[in-house]
Write a protein that binds this ligand. Structure first.
Ligand code: NAI
Length: 366
């Protein structure tokens, strides 16, 4: 069922959550686009779908191909049917999509974020008990602007041997993402927002980003604001990540820093994500297609499952989302059924089964 406009918040204050009550009361299922994706995508998205269904999230999935698989089968990496589905649903759970390095079609992820104006890429970075990682108690949030910067894809050859890539930063997008970050911080009881930049070198572009962030910060006296140069911030993140709370970044720095942060909490298999816009959202793990392990049933499903929990939250199934998070936490803490990236020998399916059974036990206890 496509949603009516008034079910969604027209204000980005609500971009993290649709304006409806508990999803369990809904008479008909919500239609959501499901993009299994490339590489490990189908393995981890099917795990997420199984977990959502077990937790009682009733969604009518509209399955759509995209990426390398779609290119092979249908001659295009972004089929029109996918775009039509997203125009209708404005909501998706998405697996990773392959993008070739240095050649081939432009990133579909970037295309989708730009086309549907999904400007805020939010990635919660959290330590889980039972997961071997350099730090315990990491709890920070990466908020990345995702419609401009060097990802605008404006590149040209000036003369053979010389190319230019244009970095586009606008006051409008910088102000919008800064406001999103401060609103998020305020709503979630976060203490600080740190803008991360390289304005000592890119004085105009990163300078504008900072100027906008500072202006927005003035409206939020209850949230501390500070700034760090990106290289120094990376060093601090790997030595004292607990010093950070909400990180506010442009597109490229946000991409790089997200993977760095994933390394702080057990790797790419652990970090979920969401791309929010004014009128819709796409939920996806931070990781890519993981070609080295694709098709082997060993990918860690946690990042995709937690992305599913973010979707559940967004569409009004807050109880289900919290049961999913609790179940994931219990399985990780127990440490018996873990995929190889977490030091175990379980398959994707076995770890998903363990999470399903933990959901069953949680429901039985309630
Ligand atoms: P990647 O994230 O696919 O893999 C990096 C490393 O992390 C690999 O060793 C991989 O095995 C491991 N890894 C990733 N996810 C894992 C999981 N769930 N469980 C266990 N181990 C996991 O990054 P890479 O290799 O740089 O990119 C591969 C492809 O993915 C490229 O075509 C890239 O463009 C695409 N990509 C797509 C994204 C998306 O659709 N949102 C995001 C990032 C990359």
């Amino acid at each position: 069922m496509a949603q009516s406009k008034n079910q969604r918040s027209e204000n980005f204050l609500g971009t993290e959550r649709l304006n409806n009550s508990n999803g369990r009361n809904r008479a008909t299922s919500l239609r959501v686009t499901l993009i299994p994706g490339d590489g490990v995508g189908p393995e981890v998205t099917s795990a997420a779908v199984r977990v959502l269904e077990a937790a009682g999230v009733h969604v009518d999935w509209d399955v759509q191909e995209a990426g390398a698989e779609a290119l092979k089968k249908r001659g295009t990496a972004i089929p029109e049917s996918l775009l039509n589905s997203l125009r209708r649903t404005r909501l998706a759970l998405k697996g990773p999509l392959e993008t070739q390095v240095g050649q081939g079609y432009r990133s579909i992820n970037v295309y989708l974020r730009k086309t549907f104006n999904l400007y805020a890429n939010l990635r919660p970075i959290r330590s889980f008990e039972g997961v071997q990682s350099p730090f315990r108690d990491v709890d920070l949030v990466v908020i990345r602007e995702s419609t401009e910067d060097l990802y605008a894809g404006i590149e040209h050859q000036v003369t053979p041997g010389v190319v230019e890539s244009v970095k586009v930063i606008t006051a409008r997008a910088s102000t919008r993402i800064a406001r999103f970050a401060f609103d998020y911080a305020r709503r979630h009881g976060r203490k600080s927002v740190t803008a991360i930049h390289k304005a000592n070198i890119m004085k105009l572009s990163d300078g504008l980003f900072l100027k906008c962030a500072r202006r927005v910060a003035n409206d939020y006296a209850d949230v501390r604001y500070d700034e760090q140069i990106v290289d120094a911030a990376c060093m601090r993140l790997v030595t004292n990540p607990r010093a950070f709370d909400v990180l506010l970044l442009e597109n490229l720095y946000g991409d790089i820093v997200s993977d760095l942060c994933a390394g702080l909490v057990g790797g790419l298999g652990m970090v979920p994500g969401a791309n929010y816009g004014q009128k819709g959202a796409i939920f996806e793990a931070v990781h890519g297609t993981a070609p080295d392990i694709a098709g082997k049933n060993v990918a860690n499903p946690v990042a995709a499952i937690l992305s599913g929990a973010m979707l559940a939250d967004y569409i009004g199934y807050q109880d289900a989302a919290s049961r999913i998070r609790q179940a994931v936490g219990e399985v990780l803490r127990a440490g018996h059924v873990l995929t190889p990236d977490l030091g175990g020998s379980a398959t994707t399916t076995q770890m998903t089964d363990a999470i399903l059974s933990a959901i069953g036990s949680i429901e039985a206890r309630v």
